[in-house]
Ligand binder design. Structure first.
Ligand SMILES: Cc1cc2nc3c(=O)[nH]c(=O)nc-3n(C[C@H](O)[C@H](O)[C@H](O)COP(=O)(O)OP(=O)(O)OC[C@H]3O[C@@H](n4cnc5c(N)ncnc54)[C@H](O)[C@@H]3O)c2cc1C
Length: 408
């Protein structure tokens, strides 16, 4: 059977569902999302759910800010809880240059109406009593960001989109894509889909899919670890949740999870996964963890938060995460391929997915980029970038963790 739709979205992670919801909000509901397995089956289900307003790149701050807003709207419309914890975040300044750069961003946040303060060590101790401030010059404090339940947010987006008329097919992998006189033709085990527009929101699977039409997307999966500790009495004793700590020196992010900590580590020597192609039998399982690799990083985290070192480790997750060489997503139209849109390559897809869905939907519906964001344009990478060049640059981007932002 052949189905005709205006837009087919490939991939039901947080990004695909964000695009579907944003299109529906703009009145485009002749849409169909196709998911290989179940919604969240890629990286989304095991993500820590951090949604900061001060991420890796200052120029995409609006994507972060608009993500939480989109998830909250979807929660409202669907009734599906997203469990947003507005515990705030601290981005630590471990050098005077970092502190100066953070200060220079105050006008930008003020213009966006986002609470943002540069604070000193005494104020840091007040909001995060478990943090050792020795050697810190201060921190940027974004008190209204936090974390969500990644699966809850994805299902809220999907349900809200459905309520507005969008369709979702699960257990329906897209096997082929090809240009068609009406747009694009997708081959699935259940038949063909003809769509005016298609959106590749299938993360690290997108590289092989795009090869079918001669595109060389610079996307590869990296292994990324997160650890969850047992309960920590000092945390349990507090009557508030401590903010997430992003530490450029460690480099890591550590937030409260129940009465323990959840810590994501950016390794100095990251390991890739499946660079020759995603195994066809890969479902949604985690990768084998390697805590030895993390040891020297965790020692730094413990120096910063001594209570972390006194707690037992409850869980270690190692999951694949999709990276482009510069760590920014590929978001927008593909040049010379009318109707083909990318929403892929998201290393912080929970933090930026909702805002990215809105950005792409505005572009699709209005035919022009809603605001200038060249750092996400797919065309920023040439089609002949070698695999070796990609891997080297991705490793460098990852190991830098939370680099000093360009002063505004
Ligand atoms: C341990 C860990 C912790 C993380 N913590 C955070 C965090 O705190 N905050 C944050 O912002 N990010 C975090 N991330 C990253 C985050 O998980 C990803 O950026 C995000 O989930 C990407 O979403 P996505 O929708 O692009 O991709 P995915 O969630 O991978 O979704 C892609 C979907 O496409 C489907 N698909 C693939 N091929 C096809 C096909 N041919 N046909 C149909 N469907 C297909 C897949 O089944 C999958 O469901 C973390 C990652 C890891 C590994």
């Amino acid at each position: 059977m052949t189905e005709h739709v205006r837009v087919a979205v490939i991939g039901g992670g947080i990004v695909g569902c964000s695009v579907l919801f944003a299109l529906a909000e703009r009145g485009w509901t002749d849409t169909l999302l196709l998911e290989r397995r179940e919604l969240t089956s890629g990286s989304t289900w095991h993500a820590a759910g951090n949604t900061t307003f001060f991420g890796h790149y200052v120029s995409i701050t609006r994507l972060y800010v608009e993500s939480v807003a989109a998830y909250l709207r979807a929660e409202d419309e669907s009734g599906q809880a997203i469990s947003f914890h507005a515990a705030g975040s601290l981005r630590l300044a471990t050098t005077p240059a970092e502190l100066d750069a953070y200060r220079s961003l105050e006008p930008m946040y003020q213009a966006m109406g986002v609470p943002y303060h540069v604070i000193g060590p005494t104020e840091i101790e007040a909001v995060h009593p478990l943090l050792n401030t020795a050697g810190l010059f201060g921190a940027a404090h974004t008190p209204t960001d936090g974390h969500v339940d990644s699966s809850g947010a994805t299902h809220a987006l999907a349900q809200a989109a459905r309520k507005r008329g969008a369709k979702i097919k699960r257990q329906c992998p897209v096997e082929t894509i090809a240009p068609h006189k009406e747009g694009w033709r997708l081959g699935t085990p259940e038949g063909e889909v003809i769509a005016e527009h298609i959106v590749l929101a299938n993360s690290f699977w997108a590289r092989e899919m795009a090869e079918q039409i001669g595109l060389n997307l610079p996307l590869y999966p990296l292994q990324h670890h997160e650890l969850i500790t047992d309960a920590i009495p000092e945390l349990a004793a507090l009557d508030f949740e401590v903010p997430t700590v992003r530490d450029p020196w460690a480099p890591s992010n550590t937030r409260q999870e129940g009465h323990g900590f959840l810590c994501g580590v950016y390794e100095a020597k990251p390991e890739f996964w499946a660079t020759d192609g995603i195994p066809p039998d890969f479902a949604e399982e985690l990768l084998p963890p390697d805590t030895q690799r993390l040891e020297r990083h965790l020692l730094k985290v413990i120096e910063r938060m001594p209570a972390f070192g006194r707690a037992g480790i409850k869980t270690v997750n190692n999951g694949p995460i999709c990276y482009a060489p510069d760590g920014c997503p590929l978001l927008g139209p593909v040049v010379d391929h009318p109707g083909l849109w990318l929403a892929t390559g998201f290393p912080v897809g929970i933090g930026t997915g909702g805002g990215s869905g809105a950005f792409l939907a505005d572009w699709m519906v209005n035919g022009e980029e809603p605001y200038g964001l060249p750092i996400v344009h797919p065309a920023r990478f040439p089609n002949d970038l070698t695999r070796e060049a990609c891997l080297a640059q991705i490793a460098e981007t990852y190991r830098q963790g939370y680099g000093t932002p360009e002063p505004a």
